[in-house]
Design a protein. Structure first.
Lengths: 114, 114
């Protein structure tokens, strides 16, 4: 069974469109994250939710809106896509928000904005 | 500002040779340190972590790392690499002050040749 899954795996879209990426974890974890990995492989946290509550919001444009319907799911909606949004987006989860916990990553969603 | 520096963007090595991937961090307070590995087209997975105690930490797949507080380093080593170790390796730090989040280095691409 996949621990952290993301859909879709690939997403190609035009500038200006709105798109969503979904993430689900079956590990029973309380905390979930979204990371962005750019073309140079630099990985940066975007958001973190703990028990459906937003705890980290890293100066991300407000075109990006995370939503956590329950603690097993964390979705990312992006409005008015721009070329610079092209990246690989990773979802991750951990047992709690305490930093010593291992984070488990999903396989990533490669977003290409044309 | 707190940061993580991975000095080598690429490390080529022959199979069965030893390897060291370097990581330095900057922080005036205590830290937790991690090494993650990313195989092609996959998410990250934890190799090992240092929280406290013994400065030599052993991880999966024969990797180990040593925390050196005076040199603010956490270099990753393996005495004999395999082709299957070819991957991107990320050092990450959690500065135990303020927001509880991981800061990742820019990654080191380990390429193992036969």
């Amino acid at each position: 069974d996949t621990a952290v899954s993301q859909t879709p795996k690939y997403l190609v879209t035009q500038m200006g469109n709105d798109k969503s990426i979904k993430c689900e974890q079956n590990l029973g974890h309380d905390t979930m994250y979204w990371y962005k990995q750019d073309s140079k492989k630099f990985l940066k946290i975007m958001f973190s939710y703990n028990n459906k509550e937003l705890i980290i919001n890293e100066t991300v444009p407000n075109r990006f809106s995370p939503k956590s319907p329950d603690k097993a799911h964390l979705n990312l909606h992006i409005n008015s896509l721009e070329l610079g949004d092209s990246a690989v987006y990773f979802c991750a989860s951990s047992a709690s928000s305490t930093s010593y916990n291992e984070q488990f990553f999903g396989p990533g969603t490669r977003l290409t904005v044309l | 500002a707190q940061s993580v520096t991975q000095l080598d963007s690429q490390v080529p090595v022959f199979e069965e040779a030893p390897v060291e991937l370097r990581c330095n961090y900057s922080s005036s307070v205590s830290v937790y340190l991690f090494w993650y590995v990313q195989y092609p087209n996959q998410g990250l997975q934890l190799l090992l972590k240092y929280l406290s105690g013994s400065t030599l930490v052993k991880g999966i797949n024969g990797f180990e790392a040593e925390f050196n507080k005076s040199q603010t380093s956490f270099h990753l080593r393996k005495p004999s690499v395999h082709i299957s170790d070819t991957a991107e390796y990320f050092c990450a730090v959690n500065i135990l002050l303020g927001t509880d989040k991981l800061i990742f280095g820019t990654g080191t691409r380990l390429q193992v040749f036969p």
